[in-house]
Design a protein around this ligand. Structure first.
Ligand code: CAA
Length: 440
């Protein structure tokens, strides 16, 4: 059977940067180490006044199409995953296609366009849709374009303000892909939750602390469900484990949970169980409180083992490098984590072809998906083509006043025609309603 998966990826960051320990923390009267050590963030990306989910998505897609030498006729499906949509009827993919049609001779009249919504997991769901579409033989030789694009902004003063970000990831899903092969094996953890909502409002209503617990619970269920179809997961099975990264500190918690899961019933568990007096399982304790205390103690001990530290440093930490500099990109975030890991491998001359990734996606509301991907021969060439370092370095670094102004502008509190901090060059820009997407 021909392999189906991600052939190529492109990343487009918002053109502004907010230094979290240097600019944000002092204004909030907070210790900078809450950001660098606690949340694991150095900076967030923000959209300039001429950027939005359409321009960032179209710019990522255009760069991808140019690099791969594609024309509209090569694309049979465009799906945009976003939780920042501004239109409840017309999908964002139609706006993106409209932008792209300005620079190509052909158009996308033949392409099926849609929009996927399930908070941050929607990007992965769109990948799954594209995979199914190709596997079903409905693609007529064409590829799918999946674009995950978000402006992850929170109301000023909300706890979530610490974990903002903005950017887009465009992915080409094809037969015989260069980057990674997807498979039919997936595991889910899904429940009706109200930890993070955006009911027709610009900024989300979030119960931040609870959202962290919901993320962990759904991930654990997804891992168990994945094992029920793919067999037991062991720590050495995967070279990297890119997880949804609202902020790297969240992934530190998820990684510990995953590690505990994949090392259960091994000597690690037995050895640490001796120290807490019993196996860290609910049935070994008289009350829930005793179990919770023991589990906390156990997890702290586990975190301190060399075996965990080595696994975290090699399998998890490299997935977080880009996220530390850009913050949360919602639907794009797990795809940024994959790119970050593969970039790390390229920079360290690792030979990854045939090796596997354990990908953990999560969306509030809430659902997690765990699946495996097999790295393909052409991965290094694809990752080498990314210019993400240059994009990050070229961002305009905002002072506090700049931040307040741009935040208000994106909350439609000011005319969008405010000062531009950066000068767009050869990119789609938002130029006001009715003139969306003109290319400067
Ligand atoms: N030095 C070192 N560490 C410090 C510190 C210091 N001076 N001060 C605080 N910290 C640590 C804290 O101990 C904490 O770490 P632990 O959780 O490991 O204990 C961490 O820094 C954050 O500190 P707080 O919890 O005090 O920070 P906060 O009150 O600002 O809340 C948050 C953090 C709940 C994540 C909040 O930013 C938020 O609501 N974010 C939006 C929601 C979110 O991202 N949830 C994630 C799961 S849901 C999801 O994944 C979907 C999605 O994309 C939104």
């Amino acid at each position: 059977m021909t392999a189906v998966g991600i052939d190529a990826v492109e990343i487009w960051t918002g053109n502004l940067k907010l230094d979290l320990p240097g600019t944000f923390a002092p204004e909030k009267g907070e210790d900078p180490e809450k950001y660098t050590k606690g949340l694991g963030l150095n900076a967030s990306s923000f959209p300039d006044s001429y950027e939005d989910i359409v321009t960032m998505g179209a710019n990522a897609a255009h760069r991808l199409m140019e690099r791969k030498g594609l024309e509209p006729d090569d694309i049979g499906r465009i799906d945009v995953a976003t939780e920042s949509a501004f239109d409840n009827s017309k999908p964002v993919s139609t706006y993106v296609a409209g932008c792209l049609e300005q620079v190509y001779e052909g158009d996308f009249h033949h392409a099926n366009k849609g929009e996927r919504k399930f908070a941050c997991i929607a990007g992965t769901q769109s990948l799954d849709d594209a995979y199914n579409w190709i596997r079903a033989g409905r693609n007529r030789g064409r590829s799918a374009l999946v674009i995950a694009t978000d402006t992850a902004l929170y109301a000023r003063g909300d706890d979530g303000e610490a974990t903002q970000g903005a950017g887009a990831v465009a992915m080409l899903i094809s037969e015989d892909p260069n980057l990674v092969e997807l498979s039919a094996e997936q595991g889910y953890g899904s429940a009706d939750e109200t930890d993070f909502l955006k009911p027709n409002q610009q900024f989300p209503s979030v119960d931040g602390k609870r959202s962290v617990q919901v993320y962990l619970a759904r991930m654990r269920e997804a891992l168990e469900d994945f094992e029920s179809v793919a067999g037991e997961v062991h720590e050495e099975d995967f070279v990297y484990a890119p997880f949804h990264t609202p902020f790297p500190g969240m992934v530190r918690k998820a990684a510990l949970l995953a590690f505990r899961h994949v090392t259960r019933d091994t000597e690690v568990e037995d050895e640490l169980a001796d120290e807490i007096g019993r196996q860290p399982r609910p049935e070994a304790f008289d009350s829930d409180d005793d179990y919770r205390d023991a589990l906390r103690e156990y997890m702290d001990l586990l975190k301190g083992t060399d075996r965990y530290a080595e696994w975290y440093d090699t399998t998890i930490d490299p997935t977080l490098t880009i996220s530390r500099e850009v913050g949360n990109w919602y639907t794009g975030s797990v795809h940024v984590a994959r790119a970050s890991a593969l970039k790390h491998a390229l920079e360290n001359d690792r030979d990854l072809a045939g090796k596997k990734l354990l990908v953990g996606s999560y969306g509030s509301g809430a659902q997690a998906e765990i699946h495996a991907e097999t790295i393909r021969e052409g991965w290094a060439e694809e990752i080498d083509a990314l210019n993400v370092d240059a994009q990050l370095a070229e961002r305009y670094e905002m002072e506090w006043d700049d931040y307040e102004e741009i935040h208000d502008a994106h909350n439609h509190e000011m005319d969008v025609d405010i000062e531009e901090f950066t000068t767009p060059s050869e990119e789609f820009v938002f130029d006001g309603w009715g003139r969306m997407g003109e290319r400067k």
